[in-house]
Design a protein around this ligand. Structure first.
Ligand code: SF4
Length: 231
């Protein structure tokens, strides 16, 4: 899906926020095309936009709801940034009226709050996983960054599994930001942690950010000038 754009836009490692349009009609047309392809074969749907779910236009949100009802989809997974946390109950209630359970995913990246806020500028102003879990059902973690270790990554996964239903591990890939993947850290993850969590049904591991079958890598598109419009 494409929305009006991430309101936060400060995460140092991210260029997804360049994928947006202020043209609601164009966004709705694009999003509708994608929604027409939904079959409901899993009974669950994950909506990904480069930002937060509430940054999608109203008609798209309505169409997502209709698509769930039409295809017997009882579980909808969506993303919200921490700054929108007060809006989450509203969206949960709206979808619940149609018998759709909203599962909220939040990009936490790491539970090391100092690292997260000083180096990644994530914009989550609590150190407490339990406080985040009051809003989010699932989290994303970002591994493969300088300074991370086997112990720090394992700690993040264990906290994630203790407080949340699911953990999605994203391995840092090269993009147009100054934050670069740390190959040595990625190797540690691959050799010492990948096997531990690869078969865990509560853990997703994305070695590439396109592993969910969404988007395109920026360097493959020869698009290194920041005009990145696909996630
Ligand atoms: S990671 Fe998410 S919240 Fe952070 S700037 Fe990118 S799109 Fe926005």
């Amino acid at each position: 899906m494409r929305g009006s754009g991430c309101r936060w836009r400060k995460c140092t490692f991210c260029d997804y926020h360049l994928d947006f349009s202020v043209d609601k009609e164009a966004n709705y047309a694009l999003n509708s095309q994608a929604l027409e392809k939904v079959t409901g074969c899993y009974g669950k749907l994950e909506v990904i936009n480069s930002g937060s779910f509430c940054e999608l236009d109203e008609r798209t949100v309505e169409k997502i709801c209709e698509t769930c009802v039409k295809n017997d989809i009882g579980e909808l997974h969506v993303e919200f940034h921490w700054l929108y946390r007060s809006q989450i109950p509203f969206y949960r209630a709206c979808f619940a009226k149609k018998n759709v359970t909203l599962k909220v995913k939040m990009g936490v990246e790491t539970f090391d709050a100092a690292y997260r806020e000083k180096r990644l500028k994530k914009g989550i102003d609590t150190k407490e996983p339990m406080e985040i879990a009051a809003y989010a059902d699932e989290i994303c973690l970002l591994f493969g960054l300088g300074g991370q270790t086997k112990q720090s990554m394992q700690r993040d996964v264990l906290i994630g599994l203790r407080y949340f239903e699911r953990v999605c591990i994203n391995i840092m890939v090269e993009n147009s930001t100054a934050v670069k993947p740390d190959k040595a850290v990625i190797q540690v993850f691959q050799e010492e942690l990948y096997e531990v969590y690869a078969d865990d049904p509560r853990v997703d591991i994305l070695m590439e950010n396109t592993d969910f079958g969404v988007g395109d890598r920026w360097e493959r598109r020869g698009d290194k000038d920041g005009d990145y419009d696909a996630k």
